[in-house]
Design a protein around this ligand. Structure first.
Ligand SMILES: Cc1cc2nc3c(=O)[nH]c(=O)nc-3n(C[C@H](O)[C@H](O)[C@H](O)COP(=O)(O)OP(=O)(O)OC[C@H]3O[C@@H](n4cnc5c(N)ncnc54)[C@H](O)[C@@H]3O)c2cc1C
Length: 486
């Protein structure tokens, strides 16, 4: 069976690797617009590199009239635990040189000021009672918080009332480095082909039932054929779907949100003073993905602080592609949906537009209100982040991701942006189950799946503490994550 994947980001590369590990008989080709794998949103500084497992992100636990919802947090934590099983398998197999090349332990903290202390306390009480977050600690003590996350407290007046939580076993992940190493394994050991500099323009079904893929390699037209097509092309998935003639194409439109970070390179010594990712509370009207956070990043052995993201209104599909590419991906029937989203979410649109005009000075002021005095301690520069394209489905704006599969199971695509890379192995396993069910009918494939994922059932991880702890401790050992190290 010929399987073609569009996009060699973390999603497409994970899909290819999992498929080929379980079903070596598949012929898999990845078509990638850029000249290397993991060079789009998955690359190190196009995202924040947080291993999202709901340890510190308030937007995963919304509070409504003093009732906190933790379902989303539990699901993301369980998905991340499944992701770590796959990465631990890659480490065990020697696919990646060493875990530190892509995953590094950092504390995951949340910090809030007086007005949100009750919310944080509620979150802590609810979450620490669950085995996923049993290691979470809470403090309102200035010195204790300072010992966890010095850069956010050092120059803060002592009378300012703050509260924080910490989990020592959080992670910073270089998804770009992981994707590159996975792609090398897929090509060299598993026989996956990757055609770089190949931009897919259009896909359509031939009368014989296979997919014809029209692309340009280095500007020259080329055609590929597939029995099954998976589109993991980030924002680039929207125009491909729109031109596909699939009946559900008109239900989806892309809503692009750009982003920037402040970045400062620091020394290894300075990094020892702040081995953390600290999340705060989003401003009123701000989208969930713009919760401010100050992160230690470890990229190619160098250390950086990253602050942001600063969301922006940027009508493009992906960084490096033009405005007209986005416009060409729209159809007349998309306009009413876009207009109604703009009206219904007017505060969000206003917020994005105003953020787009924010200069370095205002960005540094925001940093100082999060971590007083930090703007002067290091040499900060604004950097461009990746581009998120959120889903508008049937006229409603959605912040998550969705796998969409055609009724004949020959076309599958991942739309949307968050929580994304962190949960990619679990999401790609589900995409495989939907798109290539025949793979899972074979004993050898199931054995391989169990070797890669000793426990991929989210309900079991959520409801069986002993099973969860057994899996967590084993994968953490492989990935160099442990409670006493932080
Ligand atoms: C500002 C920001 C911060 C983020 N922070 C985090 C975080 O902290 N933690 C986290 O887990 N996630 C985070 N994310 C999300 C994460 O980056 C994405 O979920 C993830 O990278 C998506 O992987 P992908 O493979 O779908 O996309 P990409 O890595 O963008 O890969 C898609 C690939 O498809 C290719 N492509 C597109 N169109 C075509 C075409 N027509 N033909 C051929 N190739 C094509 C592109 O060149 C690209 O290489 C963040 C994202 C942003 C933007």
């Amino acid at each position: 069976m010929n399987v073609v994947i569009i996009g060699a980001g973390i999603m497409g590369t994970t899909f290819a690797t999992l498929a080929k590990e379980m079903a070596p008989e598949l012929n898999i080709t990845i078509l990638e617009r850029l000249s290397s794998a993991g060079a789009g949103n998955s690359s190190a500084f196009w995202n924040a590199g947080t291993g999202h497992e709901a340890n510190c992100e308030l937007n995963y636990t919304p509070v409504d009239e003093e009732v906190i919802a933790v379902d989303k947090a539990l699901k993301i934590h369980a998905q991340f635990n499944v992701a770590k099983q796959f990465w631990a398998y890659l480490v065990k197999k020697g696919v990646v040189e060493s875990p530190e090349t892509f995953i590094n332990q950092t504390k995951h903290c949340t910090i809030v000021s007086e007005s949100a202390i009750e919310e944080l306390k509620l979150r802590f009480n609810e979450m620490s009672a669950h085995h996923f977050f049993e290691q979470m600690r809470y403090s309102e003590d200035f010195d204790e918080i300072k010992s966890w996350i010095p850069y956010t407290m050092e120059d803060r007046p002592r009378h300012e009332k703050m509260a924080a939580t910490v989990i020592e076993t959080g992670t910073d992940v270089n998804f770009g480095a992981l994707t590159e190493q996975m792609a090398a394994h897929a090509v060299n050991d598993l026989g996956v082909k990757i055609e770089y500099n190949t931009h897919v323009k259009r896909v359509h079904k031939s009368p014989t039932g296979s997919w014809l893929i029209e692309a340009e390699t280095d500007g020259s037209p080329v055609q590929h054929k597939a029995d099954v097509l998976f589109v993991g092309a980030g924002g680039g998935a929207f125009p491909i779907l729109k031109r596909s003639h699939l009946p559900f194409r008109s239900r989806f439109t892309g809503f692009p949100v750009g982003g920037r970070f402040l970045q400062a390179q620091i020394s290894e010594e300075q990094a020892k003073d702040y081995k953390a990712k600290t999340y705060g509370k989003a401003k009123v009207g701000a989208p969930p993905m713009s919760v401010p956070h100050l992160d230690l990043r470890v990229v190619n052995g160098k250390h950086y602080l990253l602050f942001g993201p600063f969301a922006s209104f940027k009508p493009i599909l992906e960084r490096g592609r033009g405005f007209f590419d986005y416009v060409r991906s729209l159809r007349l029937h998309d306009i009413p949906g876009l207009m109604s989203v703009a009206l219904e979410h007017y505060p969000l649109v206003k917020y994005l537009v105003s953020e787009s005009f924010k200069g370095k000075k205002s960005m540094l002021e925001e940093l100082d209100s999060f971590a007083p005095g930090l703007s002067k301690k290091f040499d900060w520069e604004p950097i461009e982040a990746g581009q998120r394209v959120q889903i508008i489905k049937d006229g409603d704006l959605q912040m998550g991701t969705e796998i969409v599969v055609s009724s004949d199971k020959t076309y599958g695509t991942l739309l949307g942006a968050s929580p994304g890379a962190s949960v990619s192995p679990e999401v790609m396993l589900r995409a495989l189950e939907q798109l290539l069910p025949s793979v899972f009918a074979k004993d050898e494939a199931l054995q391989k799946k169990n070797e890669i994922f000793p426990e991929d059932d989210l309900d079991i991880l959520i409801n069986h503490p002993d099973r969860y702890r057994e899996i967590r401790d084993e994968v953490n050992k492989q990935l160099g994550i442990n409670e006493s190290k932080a």
